[in-house]
Design a protein around this ligand. Structure first.
Ligand code: 2HG
Ligand code: ZN
Length: 463
C-alpha cells in the first residue's frame, strides 16, 4: 500500500530487514487481542533507537502516512490495530533495561521491555515493580504507559501512571521530549509526562521511561470467598479493608468460573457453587494479621454475606486460585466476547450493580454474560459471549443496542466508559459518556499541538 517512492525513502531510514511488507507479518503486527477489526497495515517497521523512531515520524509527516505505535499488542480496545493502511512502528527491538539507580530506586527501560522482564529485574535487585496483570508476559512497558495499564494490584499500588518517574517521547511532529527527567519533585510547569500516559499513541510514541520500583511486598494470604449476592460485596470489601491491607480484591461470577474451569480442565475450588466469588490477597506479615483474616472471614460468614471460602495453605494453592481469576479472559477469547470495562466510585457501586443486573438480565436474555474484574477499584469487566451461530457483525450490533442502556447507567452514576482498557477504536464513539463536549474539544486541541498532521494512531480515541 506504500508507493514505490514512499518505500524508497523509508529504506533510506531503516535497513531492509527491519521493514516488513509480507502479509503474514502485516496481519500479526496489524492487530491486538481484539478480533473486531480487519488488520490492514501497509508495513511493519522495527526501529532500534530514538533517532530511528524520530526519522520514521518525520518521514510519515512528509509522506502523509499514519503511524500505529505497537507494543505487546495485548490491548482490548483496538488501540494497536492498523485498520487503514498505516505503518506499524513496533518497539519490540528496543528492549534494553539499564540505568538502575538504587538510591532513587528507578530504572531506565526502553519501550519494548516486557512487563515481566521489568518485574524480574526488580526482583533480582531485591525490589518490586507492582503493576501486574495476566498479560505481563507479553505486554511492554511503552504500551503500558501509552494505555496507563492497571491490572490486579491497583487497589494497593495504583495504575502505571504512579510508577513513571520520567519518559522520553517522540511527538507526532517528530520532536524528542524528555518529560520529568526521572525527578521525584518537579513543579516547573506543565507535566507532559502525564499527557503521554494513557494517550494511546495519539500524541506520539513513548520510546523510553524511567520506572519507579518499591519494596518487596510482605507475606500475603490469598482467599477465595463464595457470595450468594453480589449486593453484599462492598460490605465484604469494607470489613477486610478496615482490618487489613489489601493487595487485591477481585471478583468473578459463577458463569465465569464455569468457563475458566472448562478451559483449564480444573476442578471447582469449593464444594458448593454460588453466584459470585471474591478473590482477596491480604498482607499478613505478622501473626496478628493472620488471625485478623480468620476473624473477618468468620464475621462475613455470620452476616451471611459469604457462605463458604478457602484460604490458600501454600504458594501453589494461592497460584491456582489466582489462575481462576486471571485465566478468565483467555478462557473466553474463543467466543469473541463483546467487552465492557466500566467503573464507578466505590460508594455508588452497590446501587449501580443492582441497576446493571436488571438491565443485563432484561436485555441480553439470549447471551451468556460474564461478570468479573477489579471490584475493589469499582471496575467491572462485563463480557457478553457470542453464540457460535451468530455472525460477528450481527452480534456486535445486538450488543451495541444494549450497550446504550449500560452506558446511560454509567453516565447517570458519573462513571467511566473505559476504566482500564482505553478507548482505542472499539469504544471511541462512547467517549462522550464520560467526557464532556468541552473536554473532547480540548483533547482535539492538545492533539493538534503534538500531532499537527494527525499521523499518530489516526482514528483512535478521537474520531
Ligand atoms: C482482566 O482483568 C483483563 O482480566 C481482561 O483486564 C478483561 O477480558 C477482559 O474483559
Ligand atoms: Zn482487568
Amino acid at each position: 500500500m506504500l508507493t514505490a517512492s514512499q518505500l524508497t525513502s523509508l529504506q533510506a531510514i531503516l535497513p531492509a530487514d527491519r521493514i516488513h511488507l509480507d502479509a503474514e507479518t502485516c496481519e500479526r503486527y496489524g492487530q491486538d487481542w481484539t478480533r473486531y477489526t480487519t488488520p490492514r497495515a501497509a508495513a511493519i517497521v522495527f526501529p532500534m533507537g530514538i533517532e530511528e523512531v524520530q526519522a520514521v515520524v518525520r518521514w510519515a509527516n512528509a509522506q502523509g502516512v499514519g503511524i500505529v505505535p505497537s507494543g505487546g499488542r495485548t490491548g482490548l480496545s483496538g488501540g494497536a490495530v492498523a485498520a487503514q493502511g498505516e505503518v506499524v512502528v513496533s518497539l519490540e527491538r528496543m528492549n534494553r533495561i539499564d540505568g538502575f539507580d538504587p538510591l532513587a530506586r528507578t530504572v531506565r527501560c526502553q519501550a519494548g521491555v516486557i512487563t515481566a522482564a521489568l518485574q524480574q529485574f526488580a526482583a533480582d535487585h531485591g525490589l518490586y515493580y507492582p503493576v501486574d496483570f495476566a498479560s505481563s508476559g507479553s505486554s511492554q512497558i511503552g504500551g503500558n504507559i501509552a494505555t496507563n495499564a492497571g491490572g490486579i494490584r491497583v487497589v494497593r499500588y495504583g495504575m502505571t501512571r504512579e510508577w513513571v518517574a520520567g519518559l522520553t517521547a517522540v511527538s507526532g511532529s517528530g520532536e524528542v521530549l524528555e518529560c520529568n527527567l526521572g525527578l521525584a519533585k518537579n513543579n516547573a510547569g506543565y507535566d507532559f509526562r502525564h499527557l503521554f500516559i494513557g494517550s494511546e499513541g495519539t500524541l506520539g510514541l513513548v520510546v523510553e521511561a524511567t520506572m519507579r520500583l518499591t519494596d518487596l511486598p510482605p507475606a500475603t494470604t490469598v482467599l477465595l470467598l463464595a457470595l450468594p449476592r453480589l449486593a453484599d460485596i462492598m460490605a465484604v470489601f469494607h470489613a477486610f479493608r478496615s482490618a487489613l491491607t489489601l493487595q487485591a480484591f477481585e471478583f468473578f461470577s459463577d458463569l465465569a468460573l464455569t468457563h475458566v474451569l472448562a478451559a483449564q480442565q480444573a476442578t471447582a475450588p469449593l464444594a458448593e457453587r454460588q453466584p459470585f466469588y471474591v478473590l482477596l490477597e491480604l498482607e499478613t506479615a505478622v501473626q496478628s494479621q493472620e488471625e485478623a483474616v480468620l476473624q473477618v472471614f468468620s464475621a462475613c460468614l455470620e452476616q451471611g454475606w459469604v457462605c463458604d471460602g478457602v484460604i490458600a495453605q501454600s504458594q501453589q494453592q494461592a497460584k491456582s486460585l489466582w489462575r481462576l481469576r486471571e485465566g478468565i479472559s483467555a478462557a473466553i477469547t474463543p467466543y469473541t466476547p463483546y467487552k465492557n470495562d466500566i467503573s464507578v466510585v466505590l460508594s455508588r457501586l452497590p446501587q449501580f450493580v443492582a441497576r446493571l443486573q436488571g438491565v443485563l438480565a432484561r436485555d441480553y436474555p439470549d447471551f451468556e454474560v460474564l461478570w468479573y474484574g477489579h471490584i475493589g477499584d469499582g471496575n467491572l469487566h462485563i463480557n457478553v459471549l457470542k453464540p457460535a451461530s451468530w455472525a460477528l457483525e450481527d452480534f456486535r450490533h445486538a450488543c451495541e443496542q444494549v450497550n446504550g442502556q449500560v452506558f446511560a447507567l454509567v453516565a447517570e452514576f458519573a462513571g467511566s466508559m473505559s476504566a482500564e482498557h482505553g478507548v482505542g477504536l472499539l469504544k471511541r464513539d462512547y467517549l462522550g459518556v464520560t467526557r464532556s463536549a468541552e473536554e473532547i474539544a480540548l483533547m482535539r486541541g492538545v492533539k493538534a499541538v503534538f500531532d499537527p498532521n494527525c499521523i499518530m494512531n489516526p482514528g483512535k480515541l478521537l474520531a
